[in-house]
Design a protein around this ligand. Sequence first.
Ligand SMILES: [Fe+2]
Length: 191
Amino acid sequence: MAKTKSITKAPALAKANAAKTGKQKLAAAAPSAPGIDIGIKEGERKKIADGLSRYQADAFTLYLKTHNFHWNVTGSMFNSLHAMFETQYTEQWAALDEVAERIRALGFNAPGSYREFAALTSIPEEPGLTNSADWREMVRQLVVANEAVCRTARQVLDVADDADDAPTEDLMTQRLQTHEKYAWMLRSLLQ
Ligand SMILES: [Fe+2]
């Protein structure tokens, strides 16, 4: 009984709703996605997305390096560095998502494979650290990598500024603030 009721009632309800909104004729056709028109030309959106992809490759490489050192750090500084690296990679992980979603909002695909990241990053692959790795070498590599991320963020900031892309400028400004702070904190350990 309940089944019969819902079948007979549903079309009548849909018709009434369509009549209210005046969209009865459109209801049958599923609309396709409209073109992107957020007020930034496609060429500029592409330039910004390319910059953000290079930024993302640097940020992901730094993220992985920081997590690696969280796992592998040894020595008298173990406790504080293990915790410091965790704080940093956790924050960086959340930011990677923000950047990827900004690239998508601009209409392009976000890089998401090791092959793409390796091709796009400006941070060179450094020799693997052995069992006797010095924590100072880990910290040195993280200073250098945080600064590389900052330089790339500044390049993206320039391109975004030219296109009046405030959300990207805001995102890159926040990332600069964070990575400049990390570079300072890490460098302080070596002074
Ligand atoms: Fe952990």
